[in-house]
Design a protein around this ligand. Structure first.
Ligand code: BGC
Length: 431
C-alpha cells in the first residue's frame, strides 16, 4: 500500500514537472473534453481531458495517464535497452514475442506494421508480424501458429474484441502473456495488459471540431457514421463524440439526418452500451470504405434537398472519411461539407492539404509501438508493465497505458506531421 502511494506520488510529481516544463498546470480533476482544434499540439488541458480509462475506472493515476504517457513514452530503442527495462533480453536475435494485426486493408495497420519493423530493426530484434484478414478464425490460426513457435508474449489487435476472448484464453493456457494492442479484447480475464490511445478523446476532438465550426446557427444538418460494432473502440469513439454533440443536438444547432435511433435518443447524454449499439448498427461503416460509400449514398438518396446544403459529417476514421466525403461531394444539393477523420492516413493528409477532408485525429503510432515493446520486455522478465489506469473489458479491469491524440487540420498539418518528421514533404503535393 505504502509502495503504491509512493509510486502515485512519484508519478504526480513527475507529471507536474513535465506540465510545468510545458507551461501547463497539473490537476487531478479532469476537465471537460476539449478539442485542440487548429492547435499544433494538445494543450495541457486537452492532454488532461477525461480519458476512456478515466471514464471507465476513475483513479488519479488514470486521470494522469495522457500526459505521463506522452512525457514518458520511450523511444523503441530505449524501451529495449537494458537500462529502461532492467535486464532486457539480449538484442540481435529472435524475441519470444508475436504480433497479430487485424488486416492490411485498413491503412492504420500497415502504419503500425511499418513502425513495429522500424523499432524492432533498430533494437536488433526479429519478431513475426501476422495479419488476420479481418477474420477471427484466421486470427486464431495465426495465434496458434505463434504459440507452436514458442512465443511467450502475444501482442494482439483483435478483429472482433469478443470473438478474440477464446484466442486469448488459448494463449493464456499455453503460458503466453497477452497484450491487447489498440483494441480491447473483451469478456475474458486472459488479457494481461492494454496499450492504447485516448479513444474517448478521439471522438471528443472529432465532435468538437464540428461544434466549433458550426457556431450558433440552428438547424444544421448532421450525418453520423461509426466504426465496426465488433471493435470496442467504435463504441468509445462514438461515446466521446456523443458527449460533445448531444448538447448541440438538444439545443437545435444540429439536426440528425441519417439515424432514427440517434434521433430517438437525442435528449439523452449518457447512453448505455446497448443504446450506442442501436445507433452504431444504423450508421456503421464496418471500417470499410465500400460500406461507408454505400451507406452515404443511401442516406443521400433518402434525404431531401433541404436536408443537405451546408452539412456536418462525423466520420469515424480517415479511410471511411474519404469514401463518405467523395460521396457527399458528388451530390449537387450538398453545397459544403465538414468531415472528420482519424489516423492521419497518408491519403487523408493529402485530402486535408487539398481541402477535401476537414480534419483528422493524429495518433502517433510510434508511441504505441514503444509502449508495447516495453510491456513485452517487462512481461518476458515476469515483471508487471507500468500501468497508468485500467479499462474494464466486461469481465476484468485490464491494466493499461494510453497515449494522447492531436487534432490536425489544414492550419496545423505542416507543423504537426511534417516539421515533426512524422511524414516527408516530398511524398505530398501542395504543401
Ligand atoms: C483504430 C483506428 C482505425 C480503425 C479501423 C480502430 O480500432 O483505433 O485507428 O482507424 O480501427 O482500422
Amino acid at each position: 500500500m505504502r509502495r503504491k502511494l509512493f509510486t502515485l506520488i512519484a508519478l504526480l510529481t513527475f507529471a507536474s514537472f513535465i506540465l510545468a516544463a510545458c507551461g501547463g498546470t497539473a490537476t487531478q480533476t479532469p476537465a471537460a473534453p476539449t478539442a485542440a482544434s487548429g492547435a499544433a499540439a494538445p494543450t495541457a488541458a486537452a492532454a488532461m481531458a477525461p480519458t476512456a480509462a478515466a471514464a471507465m475506472a476513475p483513479t488519479a493515476a488514470a486521470a494522469m495517464a495522457p500526459t505521463a504517457a506522452a512525457a514518458m513514452a520511450p523511444t523503441a530503442a530505449a524501451a529495449m535497452a537494458p537500462t529502461a527495462a532492467g535486464a532486457a533480453p539480449a538484442a540481435g536475435g529472435a524475441l519470444a514475442v508475436g504480433i497479430v494485426l487485424p488486416t492490411k486493408d485498413e491503412t492504420r495497420w500497415t502504419q503500425d506494421e511499418a513502425r513495429f519493423k522500424e523499432a524492432l530493426d533498430k533494437a536488433g530484434y526479429q519478431v513475426e508480424i501476422l495479419f488476420s484478414e479481418k477474420d477471427s478464425a484466421k486470427e486464431k490460426a495465426n495465434v496458434e501458429s505463434l504459440i507452436t513457435k514458442g512465443i511467450k508474449v502475444l501482442i494482439l489487435t483483435p478483429v472482433d474484441g469478443t470473438a478474440a476472448a477464446s484466442t486469448a484464453a488459448a494463449a493464456r493456457a499455453a503460458g503466453v502473456k497477452v497484450i491487447s494492442y489498440d483494441r480491447l479484447i473483451r469478456d475474458t480475464d486472459a488479457v494481461d495488459y492494454y496499450v492504447t490511445f485516448d479513444s474517448l478523446a478521439v471522438g471528443a476532438q472529432q465532435a468538437q471540431y464540428l461544434v466549433d465550426k458550426a457556431g450558433s446557427a440552428k438547424g444544421q444538418p448532421l450525418y453520423l457514421y461509426a466504426g465496426a460494432a465488433s471493435d470496442n473502440n467504435a463504441f468509445i469513439f462514438f461515446q466521446g463524440a456523443w458527449n460533445v454533440l448531444q448538447p448541440k443536438i438538444a439545443d437545435g444547432t444540429f439536426v440528425i439526418k441519417n439515424s432514427s435511433e440517434a434521433i430517438a435518443l437525442q435528449s439523452k447524454m449518457e447512453l448505455t452500451r446497448d443504446e450506442q449499439a442501436k445507433i452504431i448498427a444504423q450508421v456503421t461503416t464496418d471500417w470499410a470504405p465500400a460500406t461507408a460509400k454505400t451507406l452515404a449514398e443511401s442516406n443521400l438518396t433518402t434525404a431531401t434537398a433541404a436536408d443537405k446544403g451546408n452539412v456536418f459529417i462525423l466520420a469515424p476514421n480517415d479511410d471511411t472519411a474519404r469514401a463518405i466525403g467523395d460521396t457527399f461531394a458528388a451530390d449537387k444539393d450538398v453545397k459544403t461539407f465538414l468531415i472528420t477523420g482519424q489516423d492521419a492516413a497518408p491519403a487523408s493528409v493529402q485530402y486535408i492539404i487539398d481541402g477535401k477532408q476537414s480534419m483528422t485525429v493524429f495518433k502517433d503510432v510510434r508511441t504505441l509501438v514503444a509502449d508495447s515493446i516495453s510491456a513485452a520486455v517487462a512481461l518476458l522478465q515476469d515483471k508487471a508493465p507500468t500501468a497508468k489506469g485500467s479499462y474494464n473489458n466486461g469481465k476484468v479491469d485490464v491494466p493499461a497505458i494510453q497515449s494522447p491524440v492531436v487534432t490536425v487540420d489544414k492550419a496545423n498539418v505542416k507543423a504537426a506531421l511534417f516539421d515533426s518528421g512524422y511524414y516527408k514533404t516530398s511524398d505530398y503535393t501542395g504543401l
